[in-house]
Design a protein around this ligand. Structure first.
Ligand code: M6R
Length: 613
C-alpha cells in the first residue's frame, strides 16, 4: 500500500527515485510524485496515474538535485488525483512529506490546524500530518527531527514518513510505525525504500528500520534514534537477492514469469529441509517451538487473501496428519472479535509480504495474550518475520505480480513440511504414508514443470474460449476446496470477471441457481477419495447445461469424458494434489486477463502489500 523511495548522495536523485518507484509500483499505482531539494527550495512534481505518467509530466523540468523523495500511491483518504498525490507540502512549503499508512486521528488534528488558520489542498490524512509537524516546529522553535518526534507521540495509526526540510539541504528525516522501511547503505549515499528492491542495483547493505524508530539520513551518515531521542546502533544486513529476481526476464508480465518460476521456487522451498532417503525433515523453526506445538490446545492460522487459502488447506492437512485442532482465521476479523486465546495456543501467521497490517495486528494481540507465534513469510526481514517467536521462510524470491502465484505454492510446500514434521514428532503418522508424501513432495517441482510444458497451449486455448464470460463458478471438495477458492480469487483479480469459489457439494444449496449454458464451471476434480462424489457434481452441472472445465488427474477418462474442456495434472497423493491443481488455474486466469486486454501485473484497485486495515 503505497511505495516510498528516498535518495541522498552525490549522484542525481531523480533517476534513482523514478527507477525505485517503478520497482515499487506493485504497492500502488493511483498516482506518483517526487520532491527534490534544489538548494533554495523544494520542488514537488506529482501526477495521477502510474509512474510513467509522472515521468512524462516532469519531462524537460529542472531535476538537478542530489536529494529527494518519491511516492507511488494506493489511495485511502481522497480519490486518485493530482492534488491528492504525494509528496505534500506544508503550508509554508518549507517541508515536503511522503507517507505510507493511515493517520487515524487525522480529523482531530485537522480541526485543530484549521482553527489555527492552516489550509489544505488535498483530502489526505498525510497533508494533515505534514502541517501538524510544521506547526510543532514553528511553535517549539525546534528542529524538524524534534518536531517529528513530538508529532508522532500524538499520532494514532500506521506510517512510514520521509520528509525534506528547506533548511536541511542534505538530510532526509524518516520514521516508521506499522509500515515497512529499509535503508540501503551506499558509498557516500543512502537509499530509502518500502522494500529493498529500489536499492538493489546500488547496494546490498541494508538496515531494516523498526517501529518507533526515527532516522536522520545524510550522504555519509545514518543516525537512528527511538522516539525518546536515544541513539540506536544501525544493524547492517547483507541482502541475499539478485537484480534479475526483480526483472521480467523476457516474459510479458511478472505474473507469467512467476508462474513459470514455480518448479524452481518449490524446489527452493524444499531445499535443505527434506531428505526423502533419510525420511527426515529439518525445520529449525518447528524445532524451536516443538514442545509448545506438541502440547498445543490448538493451532490458529491467521492470514488474508491467498495466504488464507494456503491456511485453509493447512487446516485440512494438519488435522488429518497431526490430529491437532486447527482454526483458520481471517486476520481482519480475528483482530477485532475478542477471540479466546491462551498460552497453550500456537498461531501460524501466513503472509507473502510479512507486512499485511491486519495480520500484523492480529499477531500482536495474540502475543499479548501469551500465544506462541510462528511466521510463515516470504519477505526476509519483514515485520511479521521479526515479530514471530519462530518461523520458516518460504524462499519463493521476490513476487512482483500483484496476484500471488509462486508465493502460494511455496506456502503450501512449507506447510506440508511443517505438518509432516509435527506429525512425525507426535507419532501420528504411519511411516508408509510419511514416506509416500515425502516422495510425492520431492517430485512436485518436476510435476509442475510437466504441467507448464504440456498444458500451456491447452490452457491458452481454453482461456480464449471463455474470456468473454460474465461469471465463473469454481468448485472443489476436500483438499481441493481451498484451490477452488484460490482459482476464483485469481480470476477476479486479473480479469475482473465475477467468480465464486464453493465447496462442490454445497453448490446444490444455492449457487446451482446460477447455472445455465452461459456459465463456465471450473471443477478441481483430481483423483481423490471424493472422486465419485465430484463426478456426480459434474453430472449435476451438465444436466443443467453448464459448461464444465475440469482440472483432472492424468488418465482420468471419466472426468475427461464428461467435461467440455480439461486441464491435466500428474496423479499424486490427494494431500499433495492441490499444489499441482492450482497451476492450471493460475495460467487460466493469467490468459483470460491478457485476452481481455488488462494489465494483469497491476490490476485496478489492488496493491501487493496491504499495509492499511
Ligand atoms: O502479503 P500477504 O500474503 O499477507 O497478503 C495477503 C493478501 O493481501 C494477498 O494474498 C492478496 O489476496 C493477493 N493479491 C492475492 O493474489
Amino acid at each position: 500500500m503505497c511505495g516510498i523511495v528516498g535518495y541522498v548522495g552525490s549522484n542525481l536523485a531523480y533517476p534513482v527515485i523514478i527507477d525505485g518507484l517503478k520497482k515499487l509500483e506493485y504497492r500502488g499505482y493511483d498516482s506518483a510524485g517526487v520532491a527534490l531539494h534544489m538548494g533554495n527550495s523544494i520542488e514537488v512534481y506529482k501526477k495521477e496515474g502510474k509512474v510513467a505518467a509522472l515521468e512524462e509530466s516532469v519531462h524537460g523540468k529542472n531535476v538537478q538535485a542530489t536529494i529527494g523523495i518519491g511516492h507511488t500511491r494506493w489511495a485511502t483518504h481522497g480519490e486518485p488525483s493530482d492534488r491528492n498525490a504525494h509528496p505534500h507540502y506544508s503550508n509554508s512549503r518549507n517541508i515536503a512529506m511522503i507517507h505510507n499508512g493511515i493517520i487515524e486521528n487525522y480529523a482531530q488534528l485537522k480541526s485543530e490546524l484549521l482553527q489555527k488558520g492552516y489550509t489544505f489542498k488535498s483530502d489526505t490524512d498525510s497533508e494533515v500530518l505534514v502541517n501538524f509537524i510544521e506547526d510543532i516546529k514553528i511553535n517549539n522553535e525546534c528542529s524538524l527531527e524534534e518536531a517529528v518526534r513530538i508529532a508522532l507521540k500524538r499520532v494514532v495509526g500506521a506510517y512510514v514518513i520521509l520528509l525534506l526540510d528547506k533548511d536541511l539541504p542534505d538530510t532526509i528525516i524518516a520514521a516508521r510505525k506499522g509500515s515497512p522501511l529499509v535503508i540501503g547503505v551506499g558509498e557516500n549515499a543512502h537509499y530509502l525504500g518500502s522494500d529493498a528492491s529500489p536499492m538493489l542495483a546500488y547496494t546490498k547493505e541494508v538496515v531494516y528500520i523498526n517501529d518507533y524508530e526515527l532516522a536522520i539520513v545524510r550522504p555519509d551518515e545514518l543516525i537512528l534514534k527511538n522516539l525518546g531521542n536515544e541513539r540506536i546502533t544501525p544493524f547492517v544486513q547483507k541482502l541475499d537477492m539478485e537484480l534479475a529476481a526483480i526483472e521480467k526476464g523476457g516474459f510479458d508480465h511478472f505474473m507469467l514469469k512467476e508462474i513459470f518460476e514455480q518448479p524452481q521456487t518449490i524446489f527452493d522451498s524444499l531445499r535443505g529441509r527434506m531428505d526423502a532417503e533419510q525420511q527426515s525433515i529439518t525445520l529449525s523453526g518447528v524445532d524451536k517451538i516443538a514442545e509448545r506445538l506438541l502440547r498445543a490446545n490448538r493451532i490458529i492460522i491467521v492470514a488474508c487473501g491467498t495466504s488464507w487459502h494456503a491456511g485453509l488447506l493447512a487446516e485440512y492437512v494438519i488435522e488429518e496428519l497431526c490430529r491437532i485442532n486447527v482454526e483458520v482465521e481471517y486476520a481482519s476479523e480475528f483482530r477485532y472479535r475478542n477471540p479466546i486465546i491462551t498460552d497453550q495456543d500456537v498461531i501460524i501467521a501466513i503472509s507473502q509480504s510479512g507486512e499485511t497490517a491486519d495480520t500484523l495486528v492480529a499477531l500482536e494481540n495474540a502475543k499479548k495474550q501469551g500465544a506462541t507465534i510462528f511466521g510463515l513469510v516470504n519477505v526476509v526481514g519483514s515485520s511479521i518475520a521479526r515479530m514471530s517467536d519462530a518461523g520458516a521462510y518460504t524462499h519463493a524470491g521476490p513476487e512482483i505480480g500483484v496476484a500471488s502465484t509462486k508465493a502460494f505454492t511455496a506456502q503450501l510446500t512449507v506447510l506440508y513440511l511443517i505438518a509432516l514434521k509435527i506429525a512425525q514428532l507426535k507419532g501420528t503418522i504411519e511411516a508408509t504414508l510419511f514416506n509416500r508424501l515425502l516422495a510425492d513432495l520431492a517430485n512436485v517441482p518436476a510435476y509442475v514443470k510437466e504441467i507448464l510444458d504440456d498444458q500451456h497451449a491447452v490452457i491458452q486455448a481454453i482461456a480464449r474460449k471463455y474470456s468473454d464470460a460474465r461469471d465463473f463458478l469454481y468448485l472443489g471438495r476436500g483438499y481441493n476446496f481451498p484451490i477452488a477458492l484460490e482459482g476464483a480469487l485469481k480470476l477476479k483479480e486479473v480479469s475482473y470477471i465475477h467468480a465464486e469459489g464453493y465447496p462442490a457439494a454445497e453448490m446444490k444449496h444455492g449457487p446451482i441457481a446460477l447455472v445455465d449454458e452461459q456459465l463456465p464451471v471450473v471443477f478441481v476434480a483430481t483423483k481423490d477419495s471424493y472422486h465419485e462424489k465430484i463426478i456426480s457434481n459434474i453430472q449435476e452441472i451438465k444436466a443443467r447445461k453448464g459448461k464444465v472445465i475440469a482440472v483432472v488427474s492424468h488418465g482420468d477418462n471419466v472426468a475427461t469424458g464428461l467435461a467440455d474442456d480439461v486441464m491435466v495434472v500428474p496423479h499424486v497423493h490427494e494431500i499433495i494434489a492441490p499444489v499441482l491443481s492450482v497451476i492450471p488455474l493460475q495460467l487460466l486466469s493469467y490468459y483470460i486477463g491478457v485476452y481481455r486486454g488488462l494489465d494483469v501485473d497491476k490490476p485496478r484497485n489492488l496493491a501487493k502489500s496491504v499495509t492499511v486495515e
